[in-house]
Design a protein around this ligand. Structure first.
Ligand code: NAD
Length: 321
């Protein structure tokens, strides 16, 4: 099988590339990535020389290049996106460009070249906030941030290509993800690296916002289960049911690193900050998927990874400052 992975130099995409090369010996991967600030070929250092992997630098908005690259692939998995909510609040245009126009260009290329399967990697943030209970895949989209609105727009385009052109598409909506190679602007790697440098950690608002955390290996195995076994045209939520308030998460990180809770510094809340995310994963579990990581072990392993891999994050932090 020949798989085209877009955005494979980012956090979840690079973990997906590692997972597929390890778990599916018959799969060859083309990684197509623009290498924005979030794309990093260091994430793939240990696989880049392998015979089943090749890298193409490219933009998912670039239809001409897609026409060269897409033919011959059996499936496309689209991770390429602008992914950071805070950046979308400062400047939404790039989010609309990549997450909507880019998805549109990629869908058109898949349609022109009759790619047998297209999977759109999306987010539970498209549903918006829920105070009690959990969203299922048929619930209404109600995104709050420019990021989640642009992802919702991408999802709707993907669905429309199924209904209009009968394209063989699938959508996954994953929850908050953590693990190795996550750019240190997202909360867990930001807080861990701040704490490792004895800096304070900025906690939004009252810290009572709830997120449902999943280790990246469980997220990518869920995506691949959907690619292999999902029903065309369907949406699948991907989550592990580890709901924590942000303040609980932050205290757990301080404790794992032996740092005082006094380093937690409240800051003004994020505009439009969703209170709670929660999704029902019955549909994905019916495909035989279950998460393999327990939350405490996953958090500890992630903290250890950042402690032991300063070579990866220190140059990124130096560029940020
Ligand atoms: P990331 O920001 O770490 O990586 C995004 C990658 O896409 C980078 O390698 C970047 O270079 C590439 N890219 C950006 N614009 C591109 C373009 N125009 N053309 C080609 N490549 C481009 O993001 P991530 O956290 O790995 O998220 C991957 C996907 O998963 C996104 O679609 C995101 O919406 C979704 N998602 C993320 C989370 C999470 O918690 N991180 C949760 C659910 C869903």
């Amino acid at each position: 099988m020949r798989l085209l992975v877009t955005g494979g130099a980012g956090f979840i995409g690079s973990n997906y590339v590692h997972w597929v090369l390890r778990e599916r010996p018959d799969v060859e991967i083309t990684n197509y990535d623009l290498l924005t600030y979030a794309g990093n070929l260091e994430n793939l250092r240990d696989v880049e020389e392998g015979p089943r992997y090749r890298f193409v630098k490219g933009d998912i908005c670039d239809s001409a290049l897609l026409d060269e690259v897409v033919p011959g692939h059996d499936a496309i998995v689209n991770f390429a996106a602008e992914s950071h909510v805070d950046r979308s609040i400062d400047w939404a245009a790039e989010f609309v460009r990549t997450n909507m126009l880019g998805t549109n260009a990629l869908l058109d290329a898949a349609r022109r070249h009759k790619t047998p399967r297209y999977l759109q990697v999306s987010t539970d943030e498209t549903y918006g906030s829920i105070d009690v209970g959990s969203f299922n895949e048929e619930d209404r989209l109600d995104p709050s941030s420019p990021y989640s609105a642009s992802k919702a727009g991408g999802d709707l385009l993907v669905r429309s290509y199924h209904r209009t052109y009968d394209m063989p598409v699938l959508i996954t909506r994953g929850s908050n993800t953590f693990g190795p190679y996550q750019y240190p602007e997202k909360v867990i790697p930001l807080f861990v690296t701040n704490l490792l440098e004895e800096k304070t950690v900025p906690l939004y608002g009252d810290g009572m916002n709830v997120r449902d955390w999943i280790h990246v290996e469980d997220h990518v195995s869920g995506i691949h289960a959907v690619l292999e076994k999902g029903e065309v045209g369907q949406i699948y939520n991907v989550a592990a049911g580890n709901e924590l308030t942000n303040v609980e998460l932050t205290k757990a990180l301080c404790d794992l690193l032996g740092k005082p809770h006094a380093l937690i510094t409240p800051v003004a809340d994020r505009p439009g900050h969703d209170r709670r995310y929660s999704v029902d994963t019955t549909r994905l579990r019916a495909l035989g998927w279950t998460p393999q990581w327990g939350f405490d072990d996953a958090l500890q392993a992630t903290v250890e990874w950042y402690r032991e891999n300063r070579w990866w994050w220190e140059p990124i932090r130096a560029r940020q400052e």
